[in-house]
Design a binder for this molecule. Structure first.
Ligand code: GLP
Length: 250
């Protein structure tokens, strides 16, 4: 039996981005109504750049696609400069022909956050589930905002962000970790594992140790990304820097 997640190693982060963007473009041609789960962070930026280029050069059509973003900070209104909704608009949605009504986000400013999480799960189900969930990874092994801990919430929920996560998101808040919200809403690991296909992108040597544990280590809630070992169709797309610990003999 093939081991999961599959590991694909590319020379540069650009190669990772180009390959995934081409794959998404082909999948959209095959199924224009595809449902995509999307991440934020620095890692997917090149991938979004490639998608924008493919839309401009090759008419890749997003008009019937549906998207669900993985997570959002609590307390930020939709237009806030640091919100993931703003991030997605700036780096992808403003540059392709996606229908804004088909782009879904958690509302971190909702009056009742538990209701908001339930609404999100219901919308994903109503869309027929996620076809392709694209993921990044935090240096502590989080995916979405599922932080390491003794247990994990299966479904979309409110999370307390760890200091290292607030630091790595500081760029969105003028570089000041103290300005990063203390809480977020995130799809749960169950939500993520229910996507038909999952692709985790990791580039750069800061991710190498974590990647090695995701591929070789035990499945543990202290490394949420390790749960991808349970997914029947999961893949890690790595550049050489992020894959460097995999070359070492175990
Ligand atoms: C944030 C996001 C994650 C993302 C992570 C890694 O915490 N919530 O979804 O994977 O950042 O970010 P980067 O790609 O910048 O390393």
């Amino acid at each position: 039996m093939q081991r999961t997640p599959r590991v694909s190693i590319f020379t540069t982060p650009h190669d990772v981005a180009r390959t995934l963007a081409r794959r998404v473009a082909a999948a959209l041609r095959e199924n224009p109504r595809m449902v995509l789960g999307l991440p934020t962070g620095r890692t997917p930026l090149l991938f979004y750049e490639e998608l924008v280029r493919l839309h401009a050069d090759q008419d890749v059509d997003f008009s019937q696609a549906t998207t669900f973003n993985l997570d959002e900070f609590v307390g930020l209104t939709a237009g806030h400069a640091g919100s993931y909704r703003t991030f997605m608009r700036r780096f992808l949605f403003e540059h392709v022909n996606i229908d804004p009504a088909r782009t879904h986000f958690l509302d971190g400013a909702a009056a009742d956050l538990a209701d908001e999480c339930e609404r999100y799960e219901d919308s994903i189900a109503a869309a027929g589930g996620i076809d392709l969930q694209i993921l990044g990874i935090g240096t502590n092994g989080h995916i979405g905002f599922n932080e390491p801990g003794p247990e994990l919430d299966a479904r979309t929920h409110k999370v307390t962000l760890r200091p290292e996560t607030r630091s790595s998101n500081a760029a969105l808040f003028g570089g000041d970790p103290a300005s990063v919200p203390t809480h977020a809403l995130s799809m749960g690991m169950g939500t993520i594992l229910h996507a038909r296909t999952a692709v985790l992108l990791a580039t750069g040597e800061t991710k190498a140790k974590c990647v090695e544990r995701v591929v070789r280590g035990p499945i543990t809630t202290t490394l949420p990304a390790s749960l991808l070992q349970l997914h029947p169709d999961a893949e890690l797309m790595l550049d050489e820097a992020a894959a460097q610990e995999l070359d070492a003999p175990s």
